[in-house]
Design a protein around this ligand. Sequence first.
Ligand code: CUA
Length: 371
Amino acid sequence: MEMNWNRGSRHGHERQTPVRFRRFSLIQRNRSILGVAALTLQNLANASAQDSTIRAVQNIFDPLSAPAEILYRISLLVLATCAIIFLVVAGLLTYAIIRYRRKGGADDLEEPPQVYGSAAIELAWTVPPILIVVVLVLVTARTIGEIQKPKLPNDAEQVRIIGHRFWWEVRYPKYDVVTADEIHVPLSDRSKRIATEFVLESADVIHGFWVPQLNGKTMLVPNHTNTMWVEPYKTGIYLGNCTVLCGAQHANMLIRVVVDTPERYQQWLNEQKATPADDQSVEEGKRQFIANSCGACHDIGGTNAKGVFGPDLTHFASRQTLGSGVAANNEENLRSWLQDPQVLKPGCLMPNMKLGDKQVQSILAYLRTLK
Ligand code: CUA
């Protein structure tokens, strides 16, 4: 069977995007002042449009959020301290090797001076290391306090994120909004902080949540609640991964955090709160969706589909990816997914529903209307 399951070139190369993006921003930087001014005007015009810049730096040295910045600062302190210790120790070692190397001749016959004990040296290798450790312990303790017990603004947003094999359930309790895999949060401002708290839970096994540019790793543990927070300084789409081996599709449990301007964020919440418009032309797809018991696992607002095992599909078509980031959310990939989810995501918990071509087509058309 020939199956064209184009994973979406855009998505398939997502991990390489930072390189392309860097090249792109270089070109941007080289534009004339006029060009920059035009860009700024365009940015103003797009204030409520979504910024689709992919931020996929998978290291801690390019923080774009308050807690990530705190972690970055302490990592620099620790690295610098270790670098200085390395230079001192390696320098003394090199000095000793060269200064006291075997010289041959009379040197070989003489017994070297026998020295026992030196208060100065003993103090030198005892006191400074203790002081260094004490300083690092104190600074680390303060940092842990800042990260774990932050003083968040009272109006901080709250998002409940529940790890499932192999996707993320995302809930906004204040707004009664439920979505999956793509987490929208508002942009913060250094003058007026806007923080978002993530409440992390798990529905099955231990998962790990990590978006390096936003914050450090936090585990999602069954029957236990962990929290973390983000305070991003730039809009865009931040990528992250599940960090705990949780099963066959652990590697494809991708995280997308979409940082929107506060206006765009509110607009997104409003769109998500609304029940999708009833489209008569896809009535057959809706019927097939219910008839094939898709609703046993999936929830679609305004219908009888009330399942909780799989991702909420109320606004499925508004999401950029499907299968928790495994492929771009386009017609081709969705068709492949409906024909057999095990093709795009082998080992995922959605079985092959053995739908006929007509059923696939009608359900596909229906799902594509769920904006
Ligand atoms: Cu979830 Cu790995």
